[in-house]
Design a protein around this ligand. Structure first.
Ligand SMILES: Cc1cc2nc3c(=O)[nH]c(=O)nc-3n(C[C@H](O)[C@H](O)[C@H](O)COP(=O)(O)OP(=O)(O)OC[C@H]3O[C@@H](n4cnc5c(N)ncnc54)[C@H](O)[C@@H]3O)c2cc1C
Length: 469
């Protein structure tokens, strides 16, 4: 194994890091269970080495050398993933993309911008804003995550209802395959040239290749941006209002409905107790925004909504990217996480009721709540939050797993999709078969074997372990 480090050093020089501080900072992602394991003193070990690639060729060389030396390679962006998709082992090499930074080219005429994959989301957005443009992708983790990580996790931002998720925003990719060869898809608005290879890597979580460049299709900054809010006697009434808004063809970028618990937790000043708050943000040409606001007001009222003070939208905008610290909560004896799933409209009331009811059976549960934040013509997502008080720290992992099992099992039983935007990682891999079936899992395994025959790229992630569940 030390031969690997020597070989990497010979090829890549000071881009290969083995100092304890760097290794410690590249052990894992933001997974809540990894944080609990750290607290219990049995967190992921540091990797053997970290390669901070500065070019596509650096990535290709790293993959070739590690393949020849049979070393596992873990692609690492901002490490903001929340599903355990990064977990080092003492033999592994972590391949950080953070040295692959910055704008490659921007065309205002075509509304395109190509960034190196390790560029932080916020930096990419700020760069295109200098030219009056926007990517329109706003995950809450925009300041922590990289554009390559967005693609690798199949991410979805807070403005997705109007602007789309990452698969709608990416025009082209450059990807280094596990054998070191480089795949580039064409910057073209659409292609009927066989299957869309970009999709192979969207959601691949570092298991099929390393994304080195991402070209976005941009938008001009909107002329108008207008908030709107209403509250409903029942969460399901708010869901029905969103369904009618989507069905009518209106597309506000932000459409968020909070159940009564979350409305009180975050918006008590603007929402009467027991009611569910719906907040929206409309963007676009001023005349179109005006028309949308009026139409949405009428549809909300028809579904039982009462207009709410629009100041709650400003409150949300101000706080929307604050990042919670799992460690602080864990130290107070609390196990907390969020789980996002998706379903068609007909399943929504049952899914919300079944998951929250099932979570309430977990011993020590303090809270099981949800909001919906990404809607479509045919359905929506739910973003469940749970908090459990655990007296003995040793019991925290079991409490965590119990909440996940209950949420996943209730979602599968209701017929919902198991993951809306955080991905699979380690936490969901046992339910992948419920999502895509035995044939789907077998196809993914074949694809993995074809691209990465020795299984060296981010092993343990995405695919369920072989054998019975
Ligand atoms: C507070 C908080 C809020 C969040 N909010 C959202 C949200 O609103 N929407 C959302 O979608 N997600 C959200 N996330 C999850 C996370 O930010 C996203 O999954 C994000 O896309 C991960 O990007 P990253 O660069 O941090 O990837 P990492 O965590 O570094 O990696 C994630 C996975 O992708 C792989 N990977 C990373 N870069 C590459 C690459 N260049 N090539 C190949 N594989 C790669 C890694 O191996 C790993 O499997 C949130 C996370 C936190 C902590």
């Amino acid at each position: 194994m030390s031969d690997i480090v020597a070989a990497l050093r010979a090829a890549l020089g000071d881009r290969v890091l083995t100092d304890p501080e760097t290794l410690a900072a590249h052990r894992r992602d933001y997974w809540a269970l990894a944080e609990i394991h750290d607290l219990l003193g049995r967190g992921a070990p540091p990797p053997r080495a970290v390669v901070r690639a500065r070019s596509t060729e650096d990535v290709a060389q790293t993959l070739r050398i590690c393949r020849a030396g049979h070393a596992a390679v873990i692609p690492f962006g901002g490490a903001s993933g929340v599903c355990g998709a990064i977990e080092a082992t003492p033999e592994s090499v972590v391949l950080s993309t953070r040295g692959l930074e910055g704008l490659v080219r921007l065309s205002d005429h075509n509304l395109t911008a190509c960034f190196r994959a390790g560029t932080l989301g916020i930096d990419a957005e700020e760069r295109v804003r200098q030219d009056g443009l926007t990517i329109g992708h706003w995950p809450q983790s925009v300041a922590l995550s990289t554009v390559g990580g967005w693609v690798a996790t199949r991410a979805s931002g807070q403005y997705s209802t109007g602007y789309g998720s990452i698969e709608d925003l990416v025009l082209a990719l450059e990807v280094v395959l596990p054998d070191g060869s480089v795949l580039r898809t064409r910057e073209t608005p659409r292609a009927a040239a066989g299957p869309d290879l970009r999709q192979v890597f969207m959601g691949s979580e570092g298991t099929l290749g390393v994304i080195t460049e991402v070209t976005f299709s941009l938008r001009p900054l909107p002329e108008a941006s207008v908030g709107q809010a209403s509250h409903f006697a029942a969460f399901d009434d708010g869901i029905e209002a969103i369904r009618r808004i989507m069905r009518a063809g209106w597309r506000p970028p932000v459409v968020r409905l909070y159940d009564a618990l979350e409305s009180q937790r975050t918006f008590a000043a603007w929402c009467p107790a027991g009611r569910s708050l719906l907040i929206l943000l409309h963007e676009g040409p001023a005349s179109a925004v005006k028309e949308e606001v009026e139409a949405v007001a009428a549809l909300s009222a028809a579904a039982g909504g009462d207009e709410a003070d629009v100041a709650c939208v400003g409150h949300w905008l101000e706080h929307r990217n604050s990042v919670p610290s799992f460690r602080e909560l864990n130290e107070q004896g609390l196990v907390v996480d969020t789980i996002e799933v998706a379903c068609t409209w007909d399943l929504a009331p049952r899914l919300y009721a079944d998951v929250t009811r099932s979570l309430r059976h977990v011993p020590g549960i303090l809270m099981a709540s949800a909001h919906t934040s990404h809607s479509y013509r045919s359905g929506t997502n739910f973003y469940f939050t749970f908090a459990v008080r655990v007296e003995e720290r040793e019991r925290m992992p079991a409490a965590y797993r119990a909440c996940w099992e209950r949420t996943m099992n209730a979602s599968v039983a209701a017929g919902a999709g198991i993951a809306h935007h955080h991905g699979i990682g380690r936490v969901r891999r046992n339910w992948l078969v419920d999502e895509i079936g035995d044939a789907g899992v077998a196809l993914l395994r074949d694809l993995k074997r074809a691209l990465d025959p020795d299984g060296l790229l981010n092993p343990g992630v995405l695919l369920p372990p072989p054998g019975p569940r």
